[in-house]
Ligand binder design. Structure first.
Ligand SMILES: Nc1ncnc2c1ncn2[C@@H]1O[C@H](COP(=O)(O)OP(=O)(O)OP(=O)(O)O)[C@@H](O)[C@H]1O
Ligand SMILES: [Mg+2]
Length: 122
């Protein structure tokens, strides 16, 4: 399974939207996908729960995603949405990931945010 995490400590930059659209669209082209929401806000998980099509399974995970994700290795893609603050669950998600997508809002007030912690935005 390829694991894609969407992460940035900046709130509201589009993490959950990207995670949801990735998961749903990969599923629509025939891939086996599972979505993990590690944000206590549960926006991505809640959106999946509100759908009536059962297109993809979604789990709300509060800890140790790098361990829990291993039991889904038979699927094609695992998509991980993360919370907007540095935390143990983000580090766990990053350890799990083959690819990390870091959404950015391109406006001058955001630049200090992007430069923090070595410019990773995390
Ligand atoms: N590409 C986009 N263009 C315009 N609006 C967008 C785009 N992506 C997301 N949004 C909007 O921006 C808002 C925040 O998006 P989203 O919830 O995905 O961000 P987030 O990074 O997950 O937020 P949080 O840090 O609170 O979890 C939502 O209202 C969403 O509809
Ligand atoms: Mg979010």
């Amino acid at each position: 399974m390829k694991v894609i995490a969407v992460a940035n400590q900046e709130g509201g930059c589009g993490k959950s939207t990207i995670a949801l659209n990735l998961a749903i669209n990969l599923s629509l082209v025939g891939k086996g996908v599972i979505l993990f929401d590690t944000d206590p806000q549960q926006n991505a998980w809640g959106t999946i729960q509100s759908r009536t099509d059962d297109l993809i399974p979604a789990y709300s995970v509060k800890s140790d995603i790098h361990k829990k994700i291993q039991s889904f290795d038979h699927l094609d893609y695992g998509i991980i949405d993360t919370p907007p603050h540095n935390s143990e669950i983000i580090r766990s998600a990053l350890v799990s990931a083959d690819l990390v997508i870091i959404p950015l809002q391109d406006s001058p007030p955001r630049y200090p945010e992007l430069q923090r912690d070595g410019g990773s935005g995390l």
